[in-house]
Design a binder for this molecule. Sequence first.
Ligand code: F6P
Length: 513
Amino acid sequence: MGESLAAEWAELARLGATPPSPRALFAADPQRFARFSRQADGLLLDFSKTAISDQVLTALLALARAADVAGQRDAMARGDMVNATEGRAVLHLALRGGQGNAEAAADVAAVLARMQAFTAATHAEGRFTDVLNIGIGGSDLGPAMVARALWRQGCPMRAHFLSNVDGHAWAELAPRLDPARTLVLVASKTFTTQETMTNAHLVKAWLGAHAGQGMVALSTNLAATAAFGIPAERVFPFKDWVGGRYSLWSAIGLSLALALGWDRFAQLLAGAHAMDEHFLHAPLADNLPILLALVECWHVNGLGLNARAVLPYDERLARLPAHLQQLEMESLGKRVTLAGAPVQGDTGPVVFGEPGTNAQHSFMQLVHQSPCPVPVDFIFVAQPDHPYLDSHHKLLAQGLAQAAALLRGKTLAEATAETPELGPHRVFPGDRPSVSLVLPRLDAFTLGQVVALYENKVATLGALWGINAFDQWGVELGKQLASGILPELAAGAPKPGAHDSSTEGLMRALLAR
Ligand code: F6P
């Protein structure tokens, strides 16, 4: 939150001190849905159920212009070194057809061609029935989410994902796989991540004689892949300008090409590219990622709401909240600006979620009635991929009702009229914000659009807040401390005085059992 934007931030704070009531905004404007929703390439974004009035939207757009969101977006897209703390460009848009620079475009084309040829050869050979992706964070969540979303539409190979260093994960998976029929992808940008390398060694031992033809690496670290024993022709590389949480479009997506087929992987990239083109060229006031970012900025900085729930009303998108958690919280959970100065307000909110309707039977109680509102993203898909139309209509009815209930609420008079003795308990404050995203159908193209929508939203918020949305220094300290704790656990005793007394006590308790 740069000082030069003081006037714009002050205006947002002034408006946030006495925010409009969404209910009142609807009552005053029969056209509110039409005026506060936008469409792009078949996607519909409705942000009318928020406390965003014309005045608030004007202030948010003024902030976006003053922060030069468009200029920062264009600098990222053309390959400027916007990830300054890691000394890197941020070019994931080039992975899905954006130009970036000529070198990046040529590099992407070469790796995609190798991935396509490998996919075709693997399918033609027919030796492998299963693909196992070993990776964690961005080397797992995106591919696992997409595979979960799209497998019903036909799969040449079954996909499995191993991420946690917890041995239970491999112990559960191993009996379901045949070492002779499983192609193992070790997916790690750094090829040093403890969880991934531990699992890779376990699985290599399990493959035994099949390891030579049965293992492939997806990485930027060619020295480490060679040291692990995977020859260069079985390594699919990518560049350091691909951030982990933005990497499903790179060689990290090979599990998807194998499991879903090349055409659908290409469609995923095409959908993301379509959203990128919209992000790069649509006016700010009609730009879906920018509007989504401005809504979040209003909630966080205008209204002080520091959490957001994501509810896909589609079981196929069950892993989307987990993917967005990493994308948004690792990108936007920052306390200093790019220049290293403390940020002046809050940044990325806590993101959590579950598919509807399951979420209604777990955390939605709090969203409806706790003193602190939690904005919600509802994601709806118009056409199901199954024949059970009654179930589909019930699913949509439930989701639409949740959004309507959050807006409308129930007054004490209404609640008391229904149940006189329980009136206060049955009050819903209402005026609780949500946005709704509607997809015509869920396929590789529309899913690519949705993921790119959120990625570009994150880039926009990074630009608005003046923070680096592309580094993740906050994951380092735990890794450092774990490397000290591990040898002491293996040796069976904590080193006296090496830790705080709680950590030492917990180590002793765990070792005593
Ligand atoms: O620990 C966080 C992180 O660095 C993520 O940013 C990344 O997606 C994940 O670990 C996995 O990293 P790698 O692909 O290098 O194994």
